[in-house]
Design a protein around this ligand. Structure first.
Ligand code: HEC
Length: 137
Protein backbone atom coordinates (compact mmCIF):
# COMPACT_ATOMS: atom_id res chain seq x y z
CA UNK A 1 0.00 0.00 0.00
CA UNK A 2 1.29 3.47 -0.89
CA UNK A 3 0.82 6.17 1.70
CA UNK A 4 0.15 9.60 0.24
CA UNK A 5 1.24 12.41 2.52
CA UNK A 6 -0.22 15.82 1.87
CA UNK A 7 2.19 17.85 -0.29
CA UNK A 8 2.66 20.52 2.32
CA UNK A 9 3.78 17.96 4.87
CA UNK A 10 6.42 16.58 2.53
CA UNK A 11 7.71 20.09 1.91
CA UNK A 12 7.98 20.85 5.61
CA UNK A 13 9.76 17.55 6.21
CA UNK A 14 12.34 18.46 3.59
CA UNK A 15 12.86 21.86 5.15
CA UNK A 16 13.33 20.53 8.64
CA UNK A 17 15.71 17.89 7.33
CA UNK A 18 17.88 20.55 5.68
CA UNK A 19 17.75 22.70 8.80
CA UNK A 20 18.68 19.75 11.02
CA UNK A 21 21.75 18.70 9.04
CA UNK A 22 22.65 22.28 8.23
CA UNK A 23 23.31 21.51 4.59
CA UNK A 24 22.93 24.93 3.02
CA UNK A 25 25.20 26.86 5.35
CA UNK A 26 27.87 24.17 5.68
CA UNK A 27 27.93 23.78 1.92
CA UNK A 28 28.24 27.50 1.33
CA UNK A 29 31.15 27.71 3.79
CA UNK A 30 33.12 24.86 2.34
CA UNK A 31 32.81 25.91 -1.29
CA UNK A 32 32.91 29.68 -0.74
CA UNK A 33 34.63 31.11 -3.82
CA UNK A 34 38.24 31.68 -2.76
CA UNK A 35 38.72 34.68 -5.05
CA UNK A 36 35.33 36.30 -4.71
CA UNK A 37 35.47 40.10 -4.73
CA UNK A 38 35.50 41.66 -1.29
CA UNK A 39 37.33 38.73 0.25
CA UNK A 40 40.49 39.54 2.13
CA UNK A 41 43.31 37.36 3.39
CA UNK A 42 44.87 37.33 6.83
CA UNK A 43 48.18 35.79 5.77
CA UNK A 44 51.10 38.16 6.02
CA UNK A 45 54.18 36.31 4.90
CA UNK A 46 54.97 35.75 1.27
CA UNK A 47 55.28 32.05 1.95
CA UNK A 48 51.79 31.74 3.44
CA UNK A 49 50.26 33.95 0.76
CA UNK A 50 51.91 31.91 -1.97
CA UNK A 51 50.68 28.65 -0.46
CA UNK A 52 47.11 29.88 -0.19
CA UNK A 53 46.71 32.02 -3.27
CA UNK A 54 49.20 31.07 -5.94
CA UNK A 55 50.22 27.48 -5.46
CA UNK A 56 46.99 25.99 -6.83
CA UNK A 57 47.90 27.27 -10.26
CA UNK A 58 51.66 27.81 -10.21
CA UNK A 59 52.39 24.66 -8.15
CA UNK A 60 54.44 24.04 -5.01
CA UNK A 61 57.83 24.61 -6.58
CA UNK A 62 56.65 27.36 -8.89
CA UNK A 63 57.01 24.96 -11.77
CA UNK A 64 53.67 25.84 -13.33
CA UNK A 65 51.45 23.34 -15.08
CA UNK A 66 50.01 22.48 -18.42
CA UNK A 67 46.67 20.72 -18.51
CA UNK A 68 43.21 22.21 -18.81
CA UNK A 69 45.03 25.54 -19.00
CA UNK A 70 48.57 26.81 -19.17
CA UNK A 71 50.00 28.07 -15.90
CA UNK A 72 53.45 29.51 -16.51
CA UNK A 73 56.31 28.50 -14.25
CA UNK A 74 57.53 31.20 -11.87
CA UNK A 75 60.67 29.15 -11.24
CA UNK A 76 63.78 30.55 -12.90
CA UNK A 77 61.62 33.13 -14.65
CA UNK A 78 63.39 36.11 -16.28
CA UNK A 79 60.10 38.01 -16.41
CA UNK A 80 60.40 38.53 -12.65
CA UNK A 81 63.64 40.49 -13.05
CA UNK A 82 61.91 43.87 -12.75
CA UNK A 83 59.50 43.85 -9.84
CA UNK A 84 57.04 46.12 -11.66
CA UNK A 85 55.82 43.27 -13.86
CA UNK A 86 54.91 40.70 -11.17
CA UNK A 87 53.39 43.50 -9.06
CA UNK A 88 51.24 44.49 -11.99
CA UNK A 89 50.13 40.92 -12.76
CA UNK A 90 49.24 40.18 -9.12
CA UNK A 91 47.29 43.44 -8.75
CA UNK A 92 45.43 43.44 -12.03
CA UNK A 93 45.50 39.85 -13.25
CA UNK A 94 46.37 38.84 -16.77
CA UNK A 95 44.31 36.69 -19.13
CA UNK A 96 43.48 33.51 -17.15
CA UNK A 97 45.08 34.80 -13.95
CA UNK A 98 42.62 36.51 -11.57
CA UNK A 99 43.40 39.98 -10.14
CA UNK A 100 44.29 40.07 -6.43
CA UNK A 101 44.51 43.85 -6.00
CA UNK A 102 41.15 44.13 -4.26
CA UNK A 103 41.92 41.37 -1.79
CA UNK A 104 45.46 42.16 -0.69
CA UNK A 105 47.08 45.10 1.04
CA UNK A 106 50.15 46.79 -0.46
CA UNK A 107 52.30 44.93 2.09
CA UNK A 108 50.81 41.57 1.15
CA UNK A 109 51.35 42.11 -2.57
CA UNK A 110 54.96 43.15 -1.92
CA UNK A 111 55.46 40.11 0.33
CA UNK A 112 54.21 37.54 -2.17
CA UNK A 113 56.05 39.19 -5.07
CA UNK A 114 59.27 39.24 -3.04
CA UNK A 115 58.71 35.61 -2.13
CA UNK A 116 58.47 34.40 -5.72
CA UNK A 117 61.38 36.66 -6.75
CA UNK A 118 63.64 35.04 -4.14
CA UNK A 119 62.50 31.41 -4.35
CA UNK A 120 62.21 28.67 -6.96
CA UNK A 121 65.63 29.43 -8.39
CA UNK A 122 65.00 33.19 -8.60
CA UNK A 123 67.45 35.44 -6.78
CA UNK A 124 66.42 39.04 -7.37
CA UNK A 125 67.74 41.09 -4.49
CA UNK A 126 65.96 44.43 -5.04
CA UNK A 127 62.88 43.85 -2.89
CA UNK A 128 59.57 45.40 -3.92
CA UNK A 129 58.14 47.80 -1.34
CA UNK A 130 54.57 48.60 -0.33
CA UNK A 131 55.16 52.00 -1.94
CA UNK A 132 55.96 50.32 -5.30
CA UNK A 133 52.68 48.44 -5.03
CA UNK A 134 50.72 51.54 -4.12
CA UNK A 135 51.96 53.31 -7.23
CA UNK A 136 51.05 50.37 -9.47
CA UNK A 137 47.43 50.23 -8.29
C1 HEC B 1 43.72 30.69 -11.16
C2 HEC B 1 45.10 30.41 -11.47
C3 HEC B 1 46.15 31.37 -11.00
C4 HEC B 1 46.39 31.83 -9.74
C5 HEC B 1 45.60 31.51 -8.48
C6 HEC B 1 47.56 32.65 -9.81
N1 HEC B 1 48.01 32.70 -11.09
FE1 HEC B 1 49.62 33.71 -11.75
N2 HEC B 1 49.18 33.22 -13.66
C7 HEC B 1 48.16 32.38 -14.04
C8 HEC B 1 48.12 32.31 -15.50
C9 HEC B 1 47.15 31.48 -16.32
C10 HEC B 1 49.15 33.14 -15.97
C11 HEC B 1 49.51 33.44 -17.43
C12 HEC B 1 48.78 34.70 -17.85
C13 HEC B 1 49.06 35.02 -19.30
O1 HEC B 1 48.69 34.20 -20.14
O2 HEC B 1 49.67 36.07 -19.57
C14 HEC B 1 49.81 33.68 -14.78
C15 HEC B 1 50.90 34.53 -14.82
C16 HEC B 1 51.60 34.96 -13.72
C17 HEC B 1 52.82 35.74 -13.76
C18 HEC B 1 53.54 36.19 -15.03
C19 HEC B 1 54.48 35.08 -15.45
C20 HEC B 1 55.18 35.35 -16.75
O3 HEC B 1 56.13 34.62 -17.05
O4 HEC B 1 54.79 36.25 -17.51
C21 HEC B 1 53.19 35.97 -12.48
C22 HEC B 1 54.42 36.75 -12.00
C23 HEC B 1 52.21 35.34 -11.62
N3 HEC B 1 51.27 34.73 -12.40
C24 HEC B 1 52.26 35.34 -10.24
C25 HEC B 1 51.24 34.86 -9.43
C26 HEC B 1 51.19 35.03 -8.01
C27 HEC B 1 52.29 35.70 -7.19
C28 HEC B 1 50.02 34.49 -7.59
C29 HEC B 1 49.46 34.48 -6.19
C30 HEC B 1 49.24 35.78 -5.60
C31 HEC B 1 49.35 33.94 -8.75
N4 HEC B 1 50.11 34.20 -9.85
C32 HEC B 1 48.13 33.27 -8.72
C33 HEC B 1 47.29 31.72 -13.21
C34 HEC B 1 47.17 31.94 -11.85
Amino acid sequence: MVVHFPKRWAFLTTLSFLAAVGVPSAFADSVGAPFSPGRTFAEKTGEALYANLCQACHMGEGQGAVGAGRYPPLARNDSLRANRYPIYVVLHGQKAMPPFGGMLSDDQVAAVVNYVRTHFGNDYKDAATAEDVKQAR
